[in-house]
Design a protein around this ligand. Structure first.
Ligand code: ADP
Length: 166
């Protein structure tokens, strides 16, 4: 089982093997955490992403970390929230599972996630946190996983789910 911890902060500062980027399907740098990761990694990240020719929602693709203090970045486009009836929960779970698979394939011991889809993509925070925590806890691999909450509301939502279901 993957072990899980929660911190508040900026994922671009995470020191470990990998960080996950809440990307878009074009893998072209956007706003939010995606923009922060691209700024911190430098322009080579954008060039590497373009060579991947996009990524479907819920899937995950890997680039080097370039100027980031991690070896690799795992890019996963989360679902855009509509009303919950467009497979959003399943797609969000896929993001976590497929990112963890890429981490294992790339011999990672530590990986950090932002809260996928709960920013610009509008996924309601509490259900998204539940899906994230469940998907990570159920993933069967010896990985150290860190959830990085950028704001207090996200931190509180993750903490509530983690203590309730510990
Ligand atoms: P999405 O498009 O998947 O919703 P966003 O980047 O808009 O992605 O938001 C996802 C989460 O990432 C939000 O909780 C947002 O506050 C958070 N976030 C933004 N910048 C950072 C950062 N530097 N480190 C960690 N999380 C961040």
């Amino acid at each position: 089982m993957a072990d899980l911890r929660l911190i508040k902060g900026d994922i671009t500062k995470f020191k470990g093997d990998a960080i996950v980027n809440a990307a878009n399907t074009g893998l072209v740098g956007g706003g939010g955490v995606d923009g922060a990761i691209h700024r911190a990694a430098g322009p080579k990240l954008d060039a590497a992403c373009r060579k991947l020719h996009g990524c479907p929602t819920g899937e995950a693709k890997v680039t080097p970390g370039f100027n980031l203090p991690v070896r690799i970045v795992i890019h996963t486009p989360g679902p855009i929230w509509r009303d919950g009836s467009f497979e959003e929960p399943k797609l969000l779970r896929n993001c976590y599972e497929n990112s963890l698979k890429r981490a294992v394939e790339n011999h990672c011991q530590s990986v950090a996630f932002p809260s996928i889809s709960t920013g610009i993509y509008g996924y309601p925070l509490e259900p998204a946190c539940k899906i994230a925590v469940k998907a990570i806890r159920e993933f069967d691999a010896p990985l150290h996983v860190t959830l990085v909450a950028f704001d207090q509301a996200t931190y509180d939502a993750f903490e509530k789910v983690m203590t309730k279901t510990a």
